[in-house]
Design a binder for this molecule. Structure first.
Ligand code: GTP
Ligand code: MG
Length: 337
């Protein structure tokens, strides 16, 4: 049956390449928008360095990892030598400074799980969150950005998957579905697993970049300009990859036993991670290993209700890719409860 469906897919899937690429093009931010983001970053950097000359401001999240759609908020991290207990003080002072410079809606959320200052820039209309010393996020942002430079199909696939997840309401961690970060890792892993592979495993290669943060050694090959031809043996176009991605998560993944791991470029077993049972709130119903915090399962937010929702959405998407006359519309139809 699998053989038959693959034949069927090869037969007419290529008709969907152009419409999927058109959707991708419509989602990427314009140069003008990126210039505005840079303008706001420079302003904030200037204000911050005036107050704290040794501090550094970094972009992380979708504006830094190249997986951000148009009109995304900017996530920033202020790296500063401060004890955890004194973070609130810094955030409150930062909020004061920003307010005095006419930035709008400035709010210090000092009691949040990740304490931040929020703001909106009236000149560019861009909103922004600033957190303190979330350095691992800055490094995983670089890892994702480096992967994106290797093969254009990663960005195409991830934009389409993120757009699908947002349309279908399955990109909401507070409702037990997955973060954008988790979806991008799923896409990277999937492309590492294609045969021939579309992406290498940068953390298994000779490292050219290495930093130690919170006792975690983060090391990988980052001279990605040398890997521009890596995926050229695999000629699968975007529509085939979208089809295969949803098929994998609908019918190919072994939810009971497997962990996907970008770090090793392979599938690990839940047994070797000791992720076989619920511990506290971590149920491990879908297992996605963080590339650096390897005890961290990005599927930990998924519960016994939302795993059903997720898997039904993967099956719906796979079915549409296989049988629908117009998948590029149907796939992204908003979920209506
Ligand atoms: P959108 O805003 O939805 O476009 O996506 P995003 O790329 O900004 O993703 P998200 O809001 O999910 O996360 C923002 C960034 O925080 C990610 O790019 C990661 O760098 C970091 N991050 C998110 N979740 C985790 C996590 O569970 N562990 C770690 N270490 N970092 C995370
Ligand atoms: Mg974000």
């Amino acid at each position: 049956r699998i053989f038959k469906s693959q034949m069927q897919c090869r037969f007419d899937i290529d008709r969907l390449n152009a419409p999927f690429l058109a959707i991708y093009d419509s989602l990427i931010p314009t140069e003008e928008e990126k210039a505005k983001q840079n303008q706001l970053f420079t302003l904030l950097e200037t204000l911050i360095t005036k107050e704290w000359p040794e501090a550094q401001l970094y972009v992380y999240g979708s504006c830094g990892n190249s997986f951000g759609v148009s009109k995304s908020d900017i996530d920033l991290c202020l790296a500063i030598d401060v004890a955890d207990d004194n973070k609130s003080e810094i955030l409150l002072r930062l909020a004061d400074i920003l307010q005095s410079d006419n930035l709008q809606n400035v709010q210090a959320l000092t009691r949040a799980r990740v304490p931040i200052v929020k703001l909106m820039d009236p000149v560019t209309g861009i909103s922004c969150d600033i957190c303190i010393n979330n350095v691992l996020a800055v490094i995983n942002t670089k890892l994702l950005r480096d992967y994106a430079k290797i093969d254009a199909r990663l960005r195409q696939l991830a934009f389409i998957v993120k757009h699908w997840a947002k349309s279908r309401g399955v990109n909401e961690t507070y409702q037990g579905t997955l973060s954008s970060y988790a979806y991008v890792l799923m896409c990277i892993h999937f492309l590492q697993q294609r045969r021939p592979a579309v992406l290498p495993c940068l953390q298994e290669m000779q490292s050219t970049y290495s930093v130690t943060v919170e006792n975690i050694e983060c090391a990988f090959f980052d001279q990605v300009d040398k890997l521009r031809d890596f995926g050229s043996h695999n000629r699968e176009p975007i529509a085939k990859l979208v089809w295969a991605f949803f098929n994998y998560w609908a019918y190919g993944h072994d939810y009971a036993n497997s962990v996907i791991s970008v770090r090793t470029g392979s599938i690990l077993s839940k047994r070797e991670k000791d992720w076989t049972r619920r511990i506290g709130n971590d149920r491990h119903l879908i297992c996605i290993e963080d590339p650096f915090e390897i005890s961290h399962d990005l599927g930990r937010v998924v519960d016994k209700y939302s795993i059903k929702v997720l898997r039904e959405e993967f099956e719906r998407a796979a079915g549409i890719m296989q049988y629908d006359a117009n998948p590029c519309v149907k796939l992204f139809e908003p979920y209506v409860p």
